[in-house]
Design a protein around this ligand. Structure first.
Ligand code: FAD
Length: 314
């Protein structure tokens, strides 16, 4: 049977998570379909149809699908699910909102945050904030999975490849939830989950003003995304969508810089896939140094301006 990948997109471009999820799907089978839901989808459909391994693109266009409300998106997935042996999405807040609902309606268990596919029925996933890796076997008639994108190399477009494109009938809106508005941070910075460099700050920054004043220039110089610990977010120093960790965003940059972050297991659970971790902390015993590749025992308020000056004048 075929494998279904739920596409994540912004209306114009497919997210990297979808290309990574297709790579994971290729380990389960070779007839991969991509489901794209939304409104005005021409660009996204064109991108998906060229991707390596994709044999069919299913397109569901309707006004009520434009904002990926879980009620309507899950109903759409359930309407096509019977043809698939597995349904996959990236382990993002988008998919985590939709797929558990679809799995419940299909009456199957789901496996989330898969980091390795051992066989079509057996998967590895982190538990206890990443301190243990569990092997989970699933005998469900349809396996419903979210996969941690950074563990799978994303597929690329292939010149000349054109998957079949099929329009789907769209179930009517449930009417149970209504999209009202969304407020997006307009930082102009790279997206946190896919940024190559992340500059992160903790509670020690002390205020929203200092958080911005100290971290922004360095992030600007490095073209980095800004991250934060949950303590910094809870204190109101940084917006919610900057939280890195178990209950925030999982990051996998080339360089992750943690300034004044203690390194709780909930924080480090979200940064373990970083290639290089740099930590600056006043406390030589801070747990962050156990996962850091480079550690500096120093005051962040001195180090960050010095580092930025050195980079700017280089
Ligand atoms: P603190 O623990 O207060 O550490 C501040 C650090 O800054 C200290 O190490 C200190 O030595 C250092 N410091 C102070 N001044 C300076 C200075 N001038 N220069 C350099 N260093 C300095 N946390 C997350 O981050 N992400 C999550 O997703 C997350 N999920 C959670 C889920 C659950 C269920 C729970 C219970 C907790 C979760 N937490 C999460 C919270 C987590 O346990 C920690 O409380 C939090 O990460 C601590 O943030 P912090 O390191 O900024 O603050």
């Amino acid at each position: 049977m075929s494998i279904l990948v739920i596409a994540e997109h912004d209306g114009n471009n497919l997210k990297v998570a979808t290309r990574q999820t297709i790579a994971a799907a290729a380990q389960l089978g070779n007839d991969i379909h991509v489901l794209i839901a939304g409104d005005y989808l021409d660009n996204v459909v064109a991108q998906a149809s060229k991707l390596e391994g994709v044999s069919k693109v299913l397109v569901a266009q309707a006004e009520h699908l434009a904002h990926a409300l879980a009620e309507d998106a899950a109903a759409l997935i359930v309407s096509v699910a019977a043809s698939y042996s597995a349904i996959l999405g990236g382990h993002s807040s988008f998919t985590r909102d939709i797929l558990p609902r679809a799995a419940a309606q299909l009456d199957v268990g789901m496996v989330s945050d898969v980091v390795e596919i051992i066989s079509p029925n057996s998967f590895k996933r982190p538990i206890y904030a990443g301190n243990l890796i569990a092997t989970v076997d699933s005998e469900e008639r349809i396996r419903v999975l979210t996969v941690r994108g950074s563990r799978f190399k994303s597929v690329d477009a292939i010149a000349g490849h054109a998957a079949e494109i099929k329009s789907l009938p769209v179930p009517v809106s449930s009417g149970k939830a209504k999209w009202v508005a969304e407020t997006k941070g307009n930082s102009g910075r790279p997206e946190l989950s896919t940024a190559r460099v992340v500059v992160s700050g903790g509670r020690s920054l002390g205020s929203e003003e200092k958080f911005q004043h100290i971290l922004n220039p360095l992030a600007e110089t490095l073209g980095a995304a800004i991250g934060a610990s949950r303590a910094a977010v809870d204190a109101g120093y940084a917006p919610n969508d900057t939280q890195v960790g178990q209950t925030g965003t999982l990051v996998a940059p080339d360089i992750y810089m943690a300034f004044g972050i203690s390194g709780s297991i909930q924080h480090t659970a979200g940064i373990k896939d970083s290639k290089v971790i740099v930590a600056v902390n006043l406390d030589p015993d801070a747990p962050i140094f156990q996962v850091a590749d480079y550690g500096l025992v120093a005051d962040l308020f001195e180090v960050i301006p010095q580092l930025n000056n050195a980079l700017v004048t280089e």
